[in-house]
Design a protein around this ligand. Structure first.
Ligand SMILES: NC(=O)c1ccc[n+]([C@@H]2O[C@H](COP(=O)([O-])OP(=O)(O)OC[C@H]3O[C@@H](n4cnc5c(N)ncnc54)[C@H](O)[C@@H]3O)[C@@H](O)[C@H]2O)c1
Length: 484
């Protein structure tokens, strides 16, 4: 299967980028748009994108001209008759795609492979609209296509042997990493990413923590490129909502139902960056006041106390013991049971250190505002970013991270994708510093399993129960996942 001439239908955000990627790799590209106006727009997108590459010194002017010279633009689908591969990037509406594929089936040679860039529709349903379902695959690029290195290659139950291999090899020629997956809603990246984002919205709606604090905790605590609310704004709340709907349709899991707040914002036209306002509006200030230096008396309890006492002492704060303004209770579980044993339960604040920059500060139902404020000030004087939250299992970071890791284990155990493919997909598709299995192994399997048990006990959400594979590996004393 030699792919030399490639058709791209729809030259919008994704299609223009995909056409550029093929042309950069030396293939001849036929770009098809709906009408002359959209064709001119598509050409403009490609010219600007390659122009930016020249400005950054990544391409010479001559290379840019060669790349654009390899692309033929047309409004006639019939021009695709000689293409070896056609990839579709028109709007995410099944009827549109089905009708396009019916047409392409009649126009293209019988051996031409037809691919869809759909993010969430059924590739199988699109394939079934053609007389060559065995030669229809998903080829899911990420935005911006010229930059993002991941491509998900989606096969269906009727894909002919050899087609996926050939398309994956082509992705390699484009300088991309291909992960091969079956046809399940969301594939790997959206299936793991969107439920985590939806869960962040739910935690905020439950008042466990605020928008900025959740974003800060995931960014500084876990090392993600951005927090969930910033990412939702970037993806677009409407797109996120649609993907959640598709996931819910397939799984019927309550946690996959789009959060009510997401629906409200979308209905209000607050779609995120594309509409100028979403979870964040114009105001994007993150006040970071210096820690208070006035007199705060404190005590510290729980595992790791000595180290925190030493850090506070180095900053000039001495532990005072009995009668302190605030009792910092180091813990990775809710602290209310410790608070009720104090003479003054209002003084207790749970402290959970995440990474070396973040301190989650859990206020129980009894914690006073003064104690919470004192705890935040003390964290700032030792250089930690305080993340105030409610006294709930997993606080913020573990509550969001562990179910995501658990989902990855279930996905692998169901035979959907390999450990290496899932890790690569999340690193390259989301820019995460490590894939979920790498994160699991560096956190420790037992710690994550126990954290999931605590989350399940508190929230009674079936999906939070540790995946059987994780549980069994912990029981067997393993510290790594077996790579099959
Ligand atoms: N935007 C993303 O981040 C992203 C990421 C991955 C996948 N996708 C998927 O890629 C596809 C396209 O998304 P997009 O964001 O590029 O959309 P878009 O709206 O930016 O572009 C769609 C383009 O298709 C053109 N078009 C519509 N009907 C056509 C037809 N019949 N023939 C030829 N051209 C036609 C439109 O004129 C438009 O230029 C969708 O399936 C989407 O789910 C999007």
């Amino acid at each position: 299967m030699a792919f030399e001439r490639v058709g791209v239908v729809g030259l919008g955000t994704m299609g223009a980028g995909i056409a550029e990627v093929f042309a950069r790799a030396g293939l001849r590209v036929i770009g098809v748009e709906a009408d002359a106006e959209m064709l001119a727009r598509g050409r403009g997108l490609m010219e600007r994108s390659t122009g930016r590459a020249v400005d950054k010194g990544k391409l010479t002017g001559a290379e840019r001209d060669e790349i654009l010279g390899r692309v033929t633009l047309t409004t006639s689908r019939a021009d695709l008759r000689d293409a070896d591969l056609v990839i579709e990037a028109i709007p995410e509406i099944l009827d549109y795609k089905v009708s396009l594929f019916e047409d392409l089936d009649g126009i293209c040679k019988p051996e031409t492979v037809l691919a869809t860039n759909t993010s969430s529709l059924s590739v199988t349903a699109i394939a079934a609209a053609t007389g060559r379902p065995g030669r229809v695959v998903g080829l899911h690029f990420f935005n911006p296509a010229p930059v993002m290195r991941l491509v998900e290659v989606v096969s269906t139950v009727v894909t002919e042997p050899g087609v996926v291999g050939a398309v994956s090899e082509l992705a390699g020629r484009l300088g991309k990493t291909a992960v091969t997956v079956g046809d399940r809603a969301g594939f790997v990246v959206n299936r793991l990413l969107l439920p985590y984002l939806n869960h962040a919205v739910a935690l905020m709606e439950q008042g466990v923590a605020g928008r900025d604090d959740i974003d800060l905790a995931m960014k500084l605590g876990v090392g993600l490129p951005m927090g969930p609310f910033t990412l939702l704004d970037l993806i677009g709340l409407d797109t996120s909502y649609e993907v959640m709907e598709v996931l819910f349709d397939e799984t019927r899991e309550r946690r996959h139902a789009p959060s009510p707040l997401l629906r409200e914002l979308v209905t209000a036209g607050l779609l995120g960056r594309k509409s100028g306002r979403g979870f964040y509006g114009e105001e994007r200030v993150h006040p970071s006041e210096a820690g208070r230096s006035g007199a705060i008396t404190f005590d510290v309890a729980g595992p790791g106390s000595e180290e925190l006492v030493a850090r506070l002492a180095a900053a000039g704060f001495e532990r005072s013991g009995e009668g302190a303004d605030v009792v910092l209770r180091l813990a990775d579980r809710p602290v209310v049971e410790h608070a009720v044993r104090l003479r003054d339960p209002a003084t207790m604040v749970g402290v959970h250190l995440v990474g070396d920059q973040v301190a989650e500060l859990a206020s129980t139902a009894l914690t006073s505002d003064a104690a919470a404020a004192a705890a935040a000030d003390l964290m700032k004087v030792v250089g930690l970013s305080p993340v105030p939250c409610k006294d709930r299992a997993g606080f913020v970071v573990d509550a969001l991270l562990y179910p995501y890791l658990n989902d990855a284990v279930r996905m692998h155990d169901a035979g959907y994708a390999s450990i290496d493919d899932i890790d690569a997909a999340m690193r390259l598709g989301c820019g995460y510093p490590a894939g979920p299995f790498q994160m699991l192994e560096s956190l420790g399997l037992a710690r994550v399993r126990d954290g999931l048990r605590a989350l399940y006990a508190e929230y009674r959400e079936p999906a939070f129960a540790p995946a059987p594979l994780l549980d069994q590996l912990v029981t067997a004393g393993a510290s790594e996942f077996p790579r099959r």
